[in-house]
Ligand binder design. Structure first.
Ligand SMILES: Cc1ncc(COP(=O)(O)O)c(C=O)c1O
Length: 422
């Protein structure tokens, strides 16, 4: 066959890129109140656009910094020393740690996507298994399976009608599914947990995380904690980082963070791992040859992350205020339409239960509703893409432009009013 590819490539090609496909489609015909009022509204992708004005001014101010010879040539591909040092200081302060993170234990790659892939490569051989509580950020499946060939094992953490504070993290569930996977013949190498969770916004407590760490240590499996929304809490309970917990197995506990969400800079492509496991870090450094953060980007990120005065007096106060404002608009809009939802206390999104608009709770009907909403002008993330155990849930991102949130909710109301609710 002329277009034959390796089994590895074939495996990756069999995992569809649904969200990327629709992001590009919707971006090509994006809504604008005057220039393109019939365009599509994107409430499906998690991007923080609420501080776009602030970031454009900041990036314009910092751009002259890249007119420097250090932008032009090879550099430390695992991350500039100064940037890793400043990230360590920044996270030490923001996560209320007793001291800055050791820059020697940080490696930077071009996004947490790349970090998840590198971590999977480092902790699991092909065919070995990583447990993942679901619903979850769905790309984790691609990130660990496509290149690393690890197996994603679903651990359902959400009951079908959880809309209040009922969606509790239950360690017993992970333990139960660990044993189930072992009984089925899997070799379990770790757990990947997003905290705060995407798509629910659930913030797990220090006790929850400590129990998870104890469990992983007892089974000698890795605990990979993705805290990419750590600084995006808008309500109580506030967030406690894994790095604030007593860590029983430091060499198998890994912390992930990046600039895409808390700092709104998803286009800059920068994520990091912090770990005590030097062999794992050395391996991730090898992977960095394939996906390092470009020098000009590191120069700008370093200027941003070291400017704590600007971050604390300009960016974070505006981010928090605007995030809260959009969150309230979204909640009020959903209540008006009569959509039940779960929202946790962090992140940029709300997890909505649209099952009453499906006559049968099937993936096909969920997809049909997705298309109906899209044709009506609103792009929402269907639950299947968040590996939801139940069809009919959708994720709505509220950290886009305020007028898009308002118009998107209006469109949802119109479209859903034409669906018979069960
Ligand atoms: C939980 C989680 N981890 C990782 C990522 C990917 O982040 P990055 O843009 O750094 O690759 C996302 C993006 O939505 C996410 O929600």
């Amino acid at each position: 066959m002329a277009d034959s590819v390796s089994r590895r490539a074939d495996r990756a090609l069999n995992i569809p890129e649904f969200l990327v496909h629709y992001l590009l489609e919707v971006s090509a015909n994006a809504y604008h109140s005057t220039d393109n009022p019939s365009g599509k509204i994107n409430l499906g992708t998690i991007e923080n656009k609420i501080c776009e004005d602030i970031w454009l001014r900041k990036v314009e101010e910092l751009t002259p910094l890249i007119v420097d010879k250090s932008s032009l040539y090879y550099y430390n591909l695992t991350g500039f020393d100064i940037l890793r040092r400043n990230i360590g200081k920044f996270l030490g302060t923001k996560l209320k740690l007793s001291e800055p993170l050791d820059p020697e234990k940080i490696v930077l790659l071009d996004g947490v996507t790349a970090v998840l892939n590198a971590t999977a490569l480092a902790i699991a051989d092909e065919g070995e298994t990583i447990l993942c509580p679901i619903p979850t950020y769905g790309r984790i499946l691609n990130d660990i399976e496509e290149v690393a060939g690890a197996r994603f094992y679903k651990v359902p953490m959400f009951k079908e009608y959880d809309t209040g504070d009922a969606a509790e993290f239950q360690l017993s569930v992970i333990e139960k599914y660990y044993h189930k996977a072992i009984d089925e013949g899997h070799t379990v190498k770790g757990v990947i947990l997003c905290n705060p969770q995407n798509p629910t916004g659930k913030v797990y407590s220090k006790d929850d995380i400590s129990s998870l760490l104890e469990f992983c240590a007892s089974k000698k499996i890795h605990a990979v904690i993705d805290e990419i929304y750590a600084l995006s809490c808008y309500d109580k309970p506030t967030f406690t980082s894994v790095l604030q917990c007593d860590i029983p197995d430091p060499c198998r506990t890994h912390f992930l963070w990046g600039f895409s969400k808390d700092l709104s800079l998803s286009g800059f492509r920068c994520g990091m791992i912090y770990s005590e496991n030097t062999r794992l870090l050395d391996y991730v450094k090898k992977v960095a040859f394939f996906c390092s953060v470009p020098a000009p980007v590191q120069i700008i990120l370093n200027a941003i992350i070291s400017d704590s005065e600007w971050l604390d007096t300009v960016y974070f106060p505006s981010y928090q205020e605007r995030q809260r404002e959009n969150f309230e608009i979204a909640c009020a809009g959903l209540e008006k339409i009569g959509i039940p939802f779960y929202h946790g206390t962090a992140g940029s999104y709300i997890w909505m239960n649209l099952t009453k608009y499906l006559s049968n709770k099937t993936e096909e009907e969920e997809l049909a509703l997705f298309h109906k909403l899209l044709e009506g002008g609103v792009y929402l993330c269907p639950g299947k893409e968040m590996i939801s155990p139940y069809p009919g849930w959708f994720r709505l991102t509220f950290t886009t432009y305020k007028d898009h949130v308002i118009e998107g909710l209006k469109r949802m109301e119109n479209i859903l009013s034409t669906c018979s609710s069960a």
